[in-house]
Design a protein around this ligand. Structure first.
Ligand SMILES: Nc1nc2c(c(=O)[nH]1)N[C@H]1C(S)=C(S)[C@@H](COP(=O)(O)O)O[C@H]1N2
Ligand SMILES: [Mo]
Length: 446
């Protein structure tokens, strides 16, 4: 009988989290959904998560226990589909097959520098074939410049000074699966991000050589990947940024990743890296930068693409096109990279070591805090400095566990402006940008 209740709660959290919550926490009405876990609900939930819950009194209703969910999205009953792709780790999770999109589970982001095999993949179109000599690859810079140019990769390497910087690349939709109701698009958890060492020349040096006119206000980026339909007149993706961001010295024209030639899937032979903003600005297979006298209107600009609301909207409502602005700097985020969600420790363990990473778009992270009691108390992590702007910041912590049982460890980062991660994804928008709720992992001491 008890077994039946446990199984059904697990299933219920998958199928109908709201009802599962009502069953476990008791039905609550009124402005606060805060439930109190006791009696039959506590026993049933304890059985499902595999142990007593020392901080059960603090457990918030309306949040699926971390043992059963990554964030607030219920897991697929069928489980994840793992990527099978040359040179890639076999535990990257496929989010889409066509176009190919794959994310890195948080625990695989545990390296200081994300290895190529673990780096996420995001395509909007087809993967181009790449025959030919990389140094003969041509990049056009045209539009609002004094001297339009067509420059080869070989000339970029010989005419400009190369630099290497470790920087985060993050998909604009990272965290999208945490939105409720579900937003349209790839259902990323926190794994649409990685931090690699990028080698290339500064975009600003090259643009200065072309002579940026005062009429240039925006860029438009183009790549060689065919549109999914195969229609040669259509772009898979063509985004751009305002001129002030474009001229930032941290933007690179990149041909090496972690000291290796850029892999084809990451844009070989040449890509842009425009750190801190949605990854979609970092064009792969880059062959043209068009400087424009007005905001770019390429594929992926306008409407609700890569755009967030100006004033909050009712989740799920029809979007008012005038209420949107481009998503610029990515929001602050931290992830626990060790232990993995669902980690078990032997009974009697009273201390746990944690590692993680944190980053904050154009900003840096000034603090990461951890909680094992559902946010009642917080402990600061030891946070490492950045190597260079746009690097992520690794952190470590040791926490005391007062008793055996089921814990959720929550991580919350605060950026250099004082903006912290929320408990749940806010500012819902139709295509799901900017979701950065705290990451949490379940740990069982038993
Ligand atoms: N040419 C081209 N560049 C592109 C894309 C694309 O579909 N085509 N996707 C963009 C998006 S949305 C992201 S998040 C990053 C992902 O880079 P990665 O696949 O190297 O991880 O590439 C960007 N550059
Ligand atoms: Mo993206």
């Amino acid at each position: 009988m008890a077994g039946k209740i446990e199984r059904s709660i697990d299933e219920l959290y998958r199928d109908d989290p709201e009802r599962a919550d009502a069953v476990v926490f008791g039905r609550r009405t009124g402005p606060s959904r805060r439930g109190f876990l006791e009696g039959a609900g506590l026993a049933a939930l304890g059985a499902v998560v595999g142990g007593a819950i020392p901080y059960a009194a603090n457990m918030p209703a309306g949040l699926i226990p971390a043992a059963m969910a990554q964030g607030s999205a219920p897991p697929k009953p069928s489980g994840p589909v793992y990527l099978n792709f040359p040179g890639k780790h076999d535990r990257l999770v496929v989010i889409g097959e066509r176009p190919l999109v794959a994310e890195t589970p948080e625990h695989l982001l545990d390296d200081d520098t994300t290895p190529i095999e673990k780096f996420f993949i995001r395509n909007n179109g087809q993967i181009p074939d790449q025959a030919g000599e990389p140094d003969k690859w041509k990049l056009a810079i045209d539009g609002e410049v004094e001297r339009p140019m067509e420059i080869t990769l070989g000339e970029l390497k010989s005419r400009f000074r190369a630099v290497s910087q470790r920087m985060v690349l993050e998909c604009g939709g990272n965290g999208r699966s945490f939105f409720s109701p579900q937003a349209r698009g790839n259902q990323w958890t926190n794994g649409g991000a990685g931090c690699a060492v990028w080698t290339g020349v500064r975009l600003a040096d090259v643009l200065k050589a072309a002579g940026v006119k005062s009429s240039a206000v925006f860029s438009g980026h183009y790549g060689a990947d065919p549109h999914l339909s195969g229609d040669a007149a259509r772009q898979a993706l063509s985004r751009g940024v305002p001129i002030a961001k474009l001229m930032d010295e941290n933007n690179l024209l990149v041909w090496e990743m972690n000291g290796q030639p850029l892999p084809l899937i990451h844009g070989f032979p040449l890509r842009l890296v425009i750190p801190g903003w949605p990854g979609s600005a970092s064009q792969k297979w880059l062959n043209r930068i068009w400087l424009r006298d007005k905001p770019h209107d390429g594929q992926g600009m306008g409407g609700t693409s890569y755009r967030v609301t100006i004033n909050p909207m009712v989740p799920g409502d029809k979007a008012d096109p005038k209420n949107f602005r481009d998503l610029e700097s990515m929001p602050v985020r931290s992830i626990i990279t060790s232990p993995e969600n669902g980690h078990r420790l032997p009974a009697g363990t009273r201390e746990i070591g944690l590692r993680g990473a944190s980053w904050a778009g154009d900003h840096w992270v000034r603090q990461v805090d951890l909680s094992i009691d559902y946010g009642a108390t917080w402990m600061p992590a030891a946070l490492q400095p950045q190597r260079n702007p746009y690097d992520w910041q690794r952190w470590t912590a040791r926490l005391r566990l007062p008793a055996d049982g089921y814990y959720e460890i929550w991580a919350r980062a605060t950026d250099s402006r004082g903006v912290a991660q929320p408990h749940v994804a806010g500012n819902w928008n139709p295509q799901g940008y900017g979701a950065n709720p705290m990451h949490r992992v379940a740990v069982l001491v038993a």
